[in-house]
Ligand binder design. Structure first.
Ligand code: ADP
Ligand code: ZN
Length: 313
């Protein structure tokens, strides 16, 4: 059994699961101050007899195992969590292997391990919710580079009809500043959930998300783009984004994937469990890294499925 912690800015999801991705039980704990929230998380896992723990966290985080602040939540404005040693707090209590990554890399890992994008070696996951986050898998490895990709803050070309100034505290009109759930809310004065029948809202939203898809195609060359998060519950966005992405690329990149846009830009497929399932995979990888015999047994079962995704690019 493996433990999974999806650490979010509003809630901490804790779960126990099996290596095949099956979640056996799951609880959600509101994210308050670390002094209150961490003991609750620790209490949950204390009597569970887990072999390893996978943690995917809101950030920015430090995912570099060689860094002195590995496993920290770093420059978040969230009160109490700035430079917080999340992994360290858990390690003090549980002397077991632990995997650690960004929340969005967790969701990406869930999708490429257990979801409709299983086995794809080059994929991008964008979450469009309270913020916009992006995870990249390239050649079977999660990309970190010097920190981790922050393409949720891509600079945007403004929609000709958009008068909204943007709400990112750093860049105003970046992707997150223009296309997150709260940005939609601020622009139109109504919550994104209640704007379902306003075509102009989704045409504008699709325009920004298509810019992000185009930039990703040009830089990362993913074989698939997965879009998740609360805002993507508006399914009508998918055809708009596919069409505008193709329009913006204007035929410049020609691949078999881009000829089949419906299977190229796709929704998350695991009923919003992709994040927590990705944490199970992080835990399993950490476990097999420290117990190599376990890994070779798995390899004889199914090499591709259980190939660990290494954390450092
Ligand atoms: P978080 O990003 O906090 O983890 P979500 O991914 O659920 O959480 O995103 C929450 C955001 O998604 C909110 O801004 C909300 O307005 C928006 N949202 C949630 N459901 C919908 C919906 N059905 N249609 C449009 N926007 C939605
Ligand atoms: Zn920004």
């Amino acid at each position: 059994m493996f433990g999974a912690l999806e650490a979010g800015g509003t809630k901490m999801v804790c779960a126990i699961g099996e290596e095949n991705g099956k979640i056996l039980e799951q609880v959600s704990i509101p994210t308050r101050m670390p002094g209150e929230t961490m003991p609750e998380i620790i209490r949950y896992f204390k009597d569970k007899d887990i072999k390893a723990l996978g943690v995917a966290s809101f950030g920015p985080v430090d995912p570099d195992p060689a860094s002195p602040t590995y496993g920290y939540i770093t420059s978040t404005p969230k009160p109490g969590w700035h430079m917080y040693d999340l992994l360290g707090a858990l390690r003090k209590e549980f002397p077991i292997p632990m995997g650690f990554d960004t929340d969005v890399n967790g969701s990406l890992l869930g999708e490429v391990t257990f979801g409709a994008s299983k086995g794809i070696s080059d994929a991008v996951y964008i979450t469009i919710g309270t913020g916009v986050g992006m995870g990249i898998l390239s050649g079977g490895q999660l990309v970190h580079g010097m920190l981790h990709p922050e393409a949720g803050h891509y600079r945007m070309i403004r929609h000709p009809k958009d008068r909204f100034e943007g709400r990112c505290p750093y860049h105003k009109a970046c992707l997150e500043g223009m296309a997150s759930g709260p940005a939609i809310n601020d622009r139109w004065g109504v919550s994104a959930k209640e704007l379902g029948d306003r075509d102009e809202v989704w045409e504008m939203e699709g325009y920004y998300l298509a810019q992000a898809c185009m930039n990703l195609i040009l830089t990362v060359s993913p074989k698939r783009i997965i879009l998740g998060g609360g805002v993507m519950h508006q399914e009508k966005l998918f055809p708009i984004i596919r069409e505008k992405t193709a329009e913006m690329l204007n035929g410049y990149v020609k691949t078999k994937e881009l000829e089949d846009m419906e299977h190229y830009i796709v929704p998350a497929s695991l009923n919003d469990d992709q994040g927590i399932m990705g944490c199970i995979k992080l835990a399993a990888d950490a476990y097999h890294k420290e117990n190599p015999t376990g890994m070779s047994q798995n390899k004889t079962r199914n090499t591709e499925e259980h190939e660990p995704v290494r954390g450092v690019f």
